[in-house]
Ligand binder design. Structure first.
Ligand SMILES: C[S@@+](CC[C@H](N)C(=O)[O-])C[C@H]1O[C@@H](n2cnc3c(N)ncnc32)[C@H](O)[C@@H]1O
Ligand code: SF4
Length: 448
């Protein structure tokens, strides 16, 4: 790989958010609470279509790199209690909604939704169906840990309508797997994929992570070839977010075994070259889709799960730490499962924080989302959507273009577009439009 500019990477590797929302979740505040959530739920009208995100914050064991809101559980009892609470919350939320509750997309995320017993998967899905109207053709997706998947769980998910499955893989190299506490041989993943395919689920996603301990270009290349043997429809290749000061279990990973910014850049390039070479279309920063997948042909948007084609106008997020959005307001439930359960047990919704977007947030959020999805400053749409109010942001875009001497952005109708060379740094471009970002913050991981 000859075109590596070490100086450029060093300058661009500053910590920046992943921009799964704008403003990002660390900016949510306790000024938004359960009463605001209730008022907005009551206002949801006929034309609204909803997306439902069900959060399961448990796993059998923790992977040492994990940055998700989850906890290892050895006994089933806390999980059973959590499911009962989740079912109760779903009922409470639905009771506040007087209009039709039409759901066009459901996502079971975590943690690992397949910590749930088959019986609980069925009862939770039944509860959702009893309280919401699931639109024909709705996407029902689940995140699965292949290491702990049972046949009854597969039957429960597919019987209740799951039609897209994301499997955690990260890396197939045994030395990398040992260093992240996640032993998962290739055949184990292949079995999990086949179990769902045999039950008619055609949409298969695999998650990879680059920048993990002991990963090299050679190990990554082998992993990619194994991934391609499974022909997933989508592949997400996330840069490892290493935040040991916040996440204690990440301290079990020795920092000296991690790739530096240049190696991370090389790994991300290898992934993009290998997957596009195999016919995948690169979407935004870190997703790849087969040309026949809707992600490659439809308007892509960004949400908390990454890139999606979900066009729902509202997001309901039952579960501890889950985030929802209605209209211009984000809501997030209490993160500790105990606190979440205590609220619901007391008959109160568990909203702990949130944020009501103002006009400037909407404008900057639109720019950041389009940059993350299309790699293009949306100058033309800004006129019709925001008029003269967009002028300061337009000037910032001009200054950004004028200040780039590295060939990372180029002039395009409406402003600028990010070049292929600039793509690995999209989050840094977005950060230039983020008015909340504190320079030098330790909340975010490295930007390549
Ligand atoms: C909820 S997990 C997927 C389902 C299941 N729990 C599993 O791991 O198999 C979501 C994904 O987030 C990614 N991820 C987790 N921690 C990360 C981190 N620190 N940095 C980057 N990606 C991470 C991994 O690719 C993981 O598969
Ligand atoms: S990566 Fe997945 S399985 Fe591993 S700890 Fe995180 S949520 Fe659990």
């Amino acid at each position: 790989m000859r075109d590596i500019d070490h100086d450029l990477i060093a300058r661009r590797a500053a910590p920046v958010p992943r921009y799964t929302s704008y403003p990002t979740a660390p900016n949510f505040a306790a000024s938004v609470g359960a009463d605001d959530y209730v008022a907005l739920l009551e206002g949801v009208r006929d034309t609204s279509s909803l997306s439902l995100y069900l959060h399961i914050p448990y796993c059998h064991e923790l992977c040492w790199y994990c940055g998700c809101n989850t906890k290892a559980v050895k006994r089933y009892e806390p999980v059973a209690r959590y499911v009962a609470t989740l079912e109760r919350e779903i009922g409470m939320v639905a009771a506040h909604m007087t209009g039709p509750r039409k759901v066009t997309s459901i996502h079971w995320g975590g943690g690992s939704p397949n910590v749930l017993s088959a019986a609980h998967i069925r009862s939770l899905a039944d509860r959702v169906r009893a309280r919401f109207e699931i639109a024909g053709g709705a996407e029902i997706a689940v995140e699965i840990d292949p290491r702990t998947l049972s046949v009854p769980q597969v039957h429960a998910f597919t019987d209740t309508g799951v039609n897209r499955v994301s499997f955690g893989v990260q890396d197939f190299d045994p030395a990398v797997q040992a260093a992240i506490n996640r032993m998962q041989p290739f055949d184990m993943t292949r079995r999990a994929v086949d179990l769902f395919r045999d039950r008619g689920v055609a949409a298969i996603n695999l998650d990879l992570v680059y920048g993990l301990p002991h990963q090299t270009l050679a190990t990554a290349e082998r992993t990619l070839h194994q991934v391609l043997r499974l022909s997933p429809d989508r592949i997400a290749a996330f840069g490892y977010a290493h935040l040991p000061s916040r996440l204690k279990h990440q301290r079990l990973i020795e920092t000296r075994t991690l790739a530096g910014p240049v190696e991370r850049f090389q790994l991300s390039k290898l992934i993009a070259q290998t997957l596009t070479g195999a016919g995948y279309v690169q979407i935004g920063l870190d997703h790849f889709a087969q040309p026949s997948d809707p992600l490659a042909s439809r308007q892509v948007v960004r949400n908390f799960q990454g890139y999606t084609t979900d066009q729902a106008t509202g997001l309901i997020g039952p579960g501890a730490s889950a985030i929802g959005r209605i209209g211009d307001t984000y809501f997030q439930n209490a993160t500790p499962a105990g606190e979440y359960i205590a609220c619901i047990d007391a008959g109160r919704l568990a909203t702990a924080r949130g944020l009501k977007l103002d006009a400037e947030d909407r404008l900057r959020g639109f720019v950041i989302e389009r940059l993350m999805c299309d790699l293009q400053f949306p100058g033309q749409e800004l006129n019709s959507l925001f008029g003269a109010a967009a002028e300061p942001v337009r000037r910032e875009a001009q200054a950004l273009l004028a200040g780039d001497s590295d060939g990372l952005v180029e002039r395009a109708p409406g402003g600028f577009r990010v070049t292929d060379r600039g793509r690995p740094f999209i989050r840094s471009w977005c950060a230039r439009f983020d008015s909340y970002l504190q320079p030098g913050t330790s909340r975010h991981a490295i930007g390549v």
